[in-house]
Design a protein around this ligand. Structure first.
Ligand code: ATP
Length: 222
């Protein structure tokens, strides 16, 4: 088996380590998103998923070209990646993957899951982290049923426009979605981008390091 492809700079060696082959698989949370920018809502659900499901680590995977956001546009992948690295640097259970941003073309969750499964094999159990809005949609994703065969899908409460009943969300697809016991935080990247454009402060809604990066790089101003 080839271990050449770096999936996670922090977790690859741990997962490749024989300790996990003999004892138990590394419980790895995978958190995909545009993260434009990463905010406290993302970090909170990653932390709660880690705690609630006893994950050994959570890997944030910023999308290269998000299939669902091609029309509206998004910031450069390197900026979104840098903001995530800044936001997660002080948490030893978090890491950021370049997997999707280094792949050409539109990225789909199922393809990423296959790549990760091929790379780690049975040494890792995969948990795919989403917010309720994304989970409600999951049946429409490419090869949706297969996603559930590769990873346990975890979903966190989110303030959803239109007040969709959350209990319904867990029945939308054929497969089981586990709930993350988290506190709903009504923040979205879209709203934060608009606030910066309007000259309103987003301090404390994003980690300090991310806030500094946005100011230094003058993101979301125009
Ligand atoms: P945008 O406003 O640009 O659509 P977003 O805030 O929804 O962005 P994404 O990067 O698109 O952020 O989201 C990645 C994942 O994080 C999705 O599964 C989404 O449901 C989840 N998520 C984002 N914000 C929250 C939040 N405040 N609470 C719970 N889940 C969230």
């Amino acid at each position: 088996m080839s271990f050449e492809q770096v999936i996670s700079p922090r977790f690859d060696t741990l997962i490749d380590n024989a300790e996990y082959e003999t004892d138990r698989p590394f419980r790895l949370g995978l958190f995909g998103g545009t993260f434009d920018p990463v905010h406290i809502g993302h970090l909170h659900i990653a932390e709660r998923a880690r705690e609630h499901y006893a994950l050994d680590g959570v890997l944030f995977i910023p999308t290269g070209r998000p299939a669902r956001k091609l029309a509206e546009g998004f910031s450069a992948a390197e900026d979104r990646h840098a903001m995530l690295v800044a936001a997660t640097a002080d948490n030893e259970h978090f890491d950021v993957s370049r997997l999707e941003i280094e792949r050409c073309g539109v990225t789909y969750t199922i393809d990423t899951l296959h790549l990760i499964k091929e790379r780690y094999g049975d040494r890792a159990s995969l948990f795919f982290i989403t917010g309720d809005d994304a989970a409600a949609d999951i049946a429409t994703w490419k090869n949706a049923e297969e996603i559930a065969t590769l990873a346990t899908v975890l979903s966190a409460k989110r303030a959803i426009p239109g007040d969709i009943e959350r209990s319904l969300l867990h029945n939308v697809s054929h497969f089981h979605i586990e709930s993350i016991d988290s506190c709903p935080i009504d923040v979205s990247s879209r709203e934060l981008r608009a606030w910066v454009r309007q000259g309103r402060s987003i301090r404390y809604l994003v980690p300090d390091a991310t806030y500094s990066y946005i100011r230094e790089q003058r993101l979301y101003q125009g």
